[in-house]
Design a protein around this ligand. Sequence first.
Ligand SMILES: *Cc1c(COP(=O)(O)O)cnc(C)c1O
Length: 495
Amino acid sequence: MNVQYSSSRGGKEKVSASWAIIKGLAEDGGLFVPDHFPKLEKTLEECSALDYKELAYEVMKLFLSDFTEEELKNCINKAYDAKFDTEEIAPLAEVDGTYYLELFHGATIAFKDMALSILPHLMTTAAKKNNVNQEIVILTATSGDTGKAALAGFAGVEGTRIVVFYPKNGVSAIQEKQMVTQKGDNVKVIGITGNFDDAQTGVKNIFGDKALAEELAEAGFQFSSANSINIGRLVPQVVYYVYAYAKLVKEGRIKAGDTINVTVPTGNFGNILAGYYAKQIGVPIGKLICASNENKVLFDFFATGCYDRNREFILTSSPSMDILISSNLERLIYLIAGSDADKNRGFMQSLLSEGKYTITEDMKSRLDDFIGGYAGEAEVAKTIRDVYERTGYVIDTHTAVATTVYEKYKKDSGDDTPMVIVSTASPFKFTRSVMEAVEGAIDDKTDFELIDKLSKIANVKVPNAIEEIRNAEIMHDTVCDKEDMKAQVKKFLNL
Ligand SMILES: *Cc1c(COP(=O)(O)O)cnc(C)c1O
């Protein structure tokens, strides 16, 4: 039976996977959810003989059921190629009896590459399938990481253009340099004099501008979004959980059928949800440990059943997890509500109007697969230092949140099921925090001095993604006021 998608907030109407990718969000503001969970067609044993791309096909074909074999394989081949610095795509490192699934070997050395390197190809293929002939214009506001990953994914992809807005004084020096050195005729990077919220609001306003949409359509363009609620970003993430399991079987560390647990550093709840989807299609995952930083909305939710965003927003050393509204959680709420869209809509309305909602006891009882935990800033730094001193392995701040939470869980529960910790960023992406944790005082050092030092102590080559920007030419120097964002987009499109 082919998987189709409906809105998590209502309507019986179902759409194909390709249409859900083009639309991104359902008309009623809900997220597209699969109408059932398919099952892996190959056994876990058989999966263990496949390489990353072969396995990606096995998994993605289940969810993207209206893509032909040729279309899907084409997308996979274009995404998981030499942009990754290892043919394994997602290596699994054994460290101290725990397994780190390294999702940072792509173009921007963070895990968003796993999905954003394939999304542009899924989108252009989906457009063709549905006779959408307009050029797709991606608009993104970024607080740092997503912007570069989206730029790298869409650069040079025929039939697409991308405009990224970032807060001029609100991203790290390395993040800014990564973005403003992006090459490609179809890309534009613009700094705005404002903060991330200003950039985000500006983009939302442009998306909501009906007159502009008409003007665009006449000129042969259509806006789209690459944000993490698109199923075209979720589905590619299911793959690496299957891959991690298959790899453990292949290496003889577990037998096919044995249970593993996973710990996921979480912000928007996309990555860990993909792990939950992997479990639904037949991967023997026991517990999914949801690791938060000091913005611990999810920890509180799993503890109490109340999701409450009314709290102070804390800036931490794991900025990609500094989030108070985890958008993808809605897909889990929908499921534990018994796939009841009306019920889910009620919770989401309450989140919008009051900033919080409380699930029922019955729903709470369906959350047994999840365990919430969180780590404070001092613990994160200590974990980075401890893991390094004990093993020589250097982890980034986001991964260190996961390691801290896992170690606490292990101590409290005594559970010694094999653990896969999802490693979401290279330590080279957050060098300053990492080196501060390992070495202490670093204030007198430049970013690149720290990068070279990190390379030495970790005994890891500086990744190409960093090497490239050391002396790269600046391609984008536009800075505008937030009021001028629309004008800048029009200018880029020659309207
Ligand atoms: C985005 C991001 C996360 C959080 O992932 P979600 O899918 O939003 O939960 C964690 N770590 C890094 C490095 C990220 O970029």
